[in-house]
Design a protein around this ligand. Structure first.
Ligand code: GLA
Length: 410
């Protein structure tokens, strides 16, 4: 990775991620052309620009790597990637928000944000002739906030690299490639939730996602519903957290249940309450609680999906609150700041329910709110958050947004 010494200082200031990615790419000089930026480059090198959203997960925490069910929603915050082809096989990547530039040969294995870019390119190159590219990245998805900024980065980079190479892939295939990139390239043993959310969510809808069959169903959220994110300001870092420990605990519990059950268990998805209770004595008490969370969380996702279809937002909210209790007590992935955020939201007029979202150990809570009460609820939570949640807490409303896409013309 190199410093930011190959950019023009005169890049215009711009505000949206797309504008900033455009500006950052324009400021990244075309090599061998000391006179000009891409603004003067031939039309054939006009940039491809892809955007991919962050997400909140309304219900269905830590079910994805157990082949379970989730109900996420993409938010209207995005990573934008502007890209143009190069004549060699290198990636030169400008991270506008960090003021950093990375130069990557195909076999490089960098750290930090560049690891995601390198990993996506490596996985895509297995099936598509992805050449070199100049990329510029800008984002308004907060990092470390549990809003899946890394999947948004992976999907937007993937879509942009494919576009530059003149290739295409169905969104679900791209999501799977990016999921492999995160697991193999970055070392988080995550499930498919984040990449599928960033790829397949639709505007104004939540996404009912079956992580076993990988089938999805868009469930409209309805006009009268608002969504608030309460970012605790406590940064979570999945690779350094107990996330992979939870994956191990689920595997160990599954192995033990397999020894006892009289039917095949492919994953914890195949475990129901009756089976769990019948073999509770065989499980270490901690493992018992981990499995109980997964089993009851899958039930809650079904309940929340049905309630959303029926327009019964109180029941969706109840499922969210119960999900938070379970994540806190049985799965033990919450933290005091997240608990405080959920409590604060739950006692605020107009809020149907709230829960931690993402991997946990910090990050954000999500609240489902009566649309008419949204502004007032946001103001009340924002006012109380510094004292109740933490000095760096941030509260913002978001709209259900669409998954990864190319913007503008090439
Ligand atoms: C992180 C992971 C996801 C999922 C959630 C918890 O966001 O990347 O795969 O496991 O945590 O639901």
């Amino acid at each position: 990775m190199t410093g930011g010494d190959d950019t023009d200082d005169a890049a215009p200031t711009a505000s949206t991620p797309v504008e900033r990615a455009h500006a950052a790419l324009a400021s990244l000089r075309v090599e061998g052309d000391s006179s000009a930026s891409t603004a003067d480059a031939p039309a054939s090198t006009a940039p491809a620009v892809a955007v991919a959203p962050g997400r909140v997960n309304l219900v269905g925490g830590h079910t994805d790597y157990n082949d379970g069910l989730c109900l996420p929603m993409a938010v209207d915050r995005h990573v934008a990637v502007a890209a143009r082809p190069r004549s060699d096989d290198r990636l030169r990547v400008r991270a506008a928000d960090f003021d950093e530039t990375a130069e990557l040969a195909p076999d490089d294995d960098p750290d930090g944000w560049a690891a995601y870019v390198a990993a996506v390119a490596r996985v895509l190159r297995e099936d598509d002739p992805i050449g070199g590219a100049d990329l510029a990245i800008a984002s308004d998805v907060p990092t470390g906030a549990g809003l899946s900024s890394s999947a948004a980065l992976e999907l937007s980079v993937g879509r942009a690299l494919l576009a530059v190479a003149g290739r295409d892939r169905p969104a679900a295939d791209l999501a799977l490639a990016c999921w492999r990139a995160e697991r193999e390239g970055v070392g988080v043993e995550c499930g498919i939730l984040d990449q599928f959310s960033a790829a397949l969510c639709e505007a104004d809808s939540a996404l009912f996602l079956d992580c076993r069959s990988r089938e999805t169903e868009s469930v409209p959220l309805g006009d009268g519903v608002g969504v608030l994110v309460i970012d605790t300001g406590v940064s979570h870092e999945l690779t350094e957290s107990g996330y992979n420990d939870r994956v191990r605990e689920c595997e160990a519990a599954l192995d033990r249940l397999r020894e006892r059950a009289d039917r095949d268990l492919d994953s914890l998805r195949d475990v129901d309450r009756a089976l769990l209770d019948a073999h509770a004595d065989a499980l270490d008490p901690v493992h018992y609680r981990r499995v109980r969370h997964v089993v009851t969380e899958n039930e809650r996702v079904r309940r929340a999906r049905d309630a959303l279809v029926a327009g019964d937002l109180d029941r969706v909210g109840d499922a969210m609150l119960a999900a938070h209790d379970s994540l806190r007590d049985d799965y033990e992935v919450s933290c005091p700041e997240l608990d405080a955020a959920v409590e604060l939201a739950a006692e605020t007029p107009g809020v149907y329910g709230a829960r931690m979202t993402g991997g946990g150990f910090g990050g954000s809570a999500v609240a489902l709110v009566d649309g008419d009460a949204l502004d007032q609820a946001a103001r009340a939570i924002r006012a109380a958050a510094p004292e109740r949640v933490g000095p760096d807490a941030d509260v913002f409303a978001c709209r259900p947004s669409a998954g990864v896409r190319l913007v503008g013309e090439r």
